[in-house]
Ligand binder design. Structure first.
Ligand SMILES: NC(=O)c1ccc[n+]([C@@H]2O[C@H](COP(=O)([O-])OP(=O)(O)OC[C@H]3O[C@@H](n4cnc5c(N)ncnc54)[C@H](OP(=O)(O)O)[C@@H]3O)[C@@H](O)[C@H]2O)c1
Length: 305
């Protein structure tokens, strides 16, 4: 038997149950992955509580939960030549990932490099592509100063390190408890909230060249007030509130090969992605509550071991 997390109806974590079923069989061009870890993203619980958003993402209930996963291939569908049973992989499958087994298109998977553990690999599909896209859209240059708004979350930790690696000076907004951590990543922390514009002006009297808003619109608004051109501002969580000209970005805008490059950097230790907490599948509701609280450093993961 194979466990998976099922959501019966729209609502919060109380709607999630661990149920058992037969392990699904892969169809042509698909593989089955024995999942070791599934990283959670805000979109998972947002879909779970909104029929409208679920419709946008093609999710219907009752159904599964989660998107990102990592594990080991344990069955191959017809016509799959590029993978073998036993290969370590990570990927994404909407509304299906928090489970002992996931069936996925073989071509959608990325090889997990040696040295990268499944909890981190299973946290990459959404966050790493989105971080790459959000930073890439504003292309920070050495000598420029860029602000990353919401720098301590799953996307933020990776975006901050990508921006630092570009050679730019990086101001990173977070609450006080994350400031030392962001300094370790090479960024200069700034508190978000009331007075952000004044703090950014004081931190960068030479001016800001670019901004990446990973939380809402407050970093966008501050950057515009400080004279940043809209086309050098990217946003992933502003939705329709994004001011005209700002680059609205999603994971689908990632550069070719971004996942593999970021996975390799995590494996060699040049990039880090902290796992704030890992929960066994039976404690899925607690895992989602923590993620939904909005103050996770790095990722929350569900373990299927
Ligand atoms: N468009 C897309 O394709 C796409 C892709 C991925 C994510 N998203 C969206 O982007 C957002 C971030 O995703 P994520 O995975 O990084 O989420 P996350 O891991 O849950 O983000 C948590 C972080 O948000 C920070 N935060 C909380 N309140 C904040 C505020 N007022 N200002 C700035 N930062 C604040 C927290 O920092 P402190 O703990 O320091 O307070 C925490 O580190 C979510 O809304 C998500 O739905 C969109």
């Amino acid at each position: 038997m194979s466990r998976f997390v099922q959501q019966q109806r729209f609502g919060g974590p109380e709607q999630l149950e661990v149920v058992e079923r037969d392990a699904p069989d892969p169809g042509p061009g698909q593989v089955r992955v024995r999942v070791a870890a599934a990283g959670l993203n805000p979109v998972d619980w947002k879909i779970g509580q909104s029929q409208q958003l679920a419709h946008v993402f093609g999710v219907t209930l009752p159904g599964g939960f989660g998107n990102d996963f990592a594990g080991t291939i344990d069955a191959l569908g017809d016509g799959v030549l590029d993978w073998a049973v036993g290969d370590r992989v990570f990927g994404g499958r909407r509304g299906a990932a928090v489970a002992d087994h996931v069936v996925a298109e073989a071509a959608s998977l990325t090889r997990t490099p040696d040295g990268l553990d499944d909890e981190v690999a299973g946290s990459l599909q959404i966050a790493a592509r989105t971080a790459d896209a959000a930073v890439g859209a504003v292309a920070p240059l050495p000598g420029e100063t860029v602000v990353i708004g919401g720098a301590a979350g799953g996307v933020g930790v990776l975006a901050t390190q990508l921006a630092v690696a570009s050679g730019a000076r990086v101001l990173a907004t977070a609450s006080e408890s994350n400031h030392d951590f962001l300094r370790e990543l090479g960024a200069e922390p700034v508190a978000y909230g009331e007075g952000l514009v004044e703090r950014l002006r004081a931190a960068a009297p030479e001016g800001l060249a670019a901004a990446v808003d990973l939380h809402g619109t407050t970093t966008i608004d501050a950057a515009l007030e400080l004279g940043v051109a809209p086309q050098r501002i990217s946003a992933i969580a502003a939705g329709a509130d994004a001011p005209a000209g700002v680059r609205r970005i999603g994971g689908g805008d990632a550069s070719v090969g971004a996942l593999g490059r970021i996975a390799a950097a995590l494996a060699d230790g040049s990039v880090v992605l902290p796992i704030e907490r890992s929960f066994p599948i039976e404690r899925i509701r607690e895992a989602v509550e923590l993620q939904r609280g909005g103050h996770v450093r790095g990722k929350v993961v569900v373990s299927m071991r």
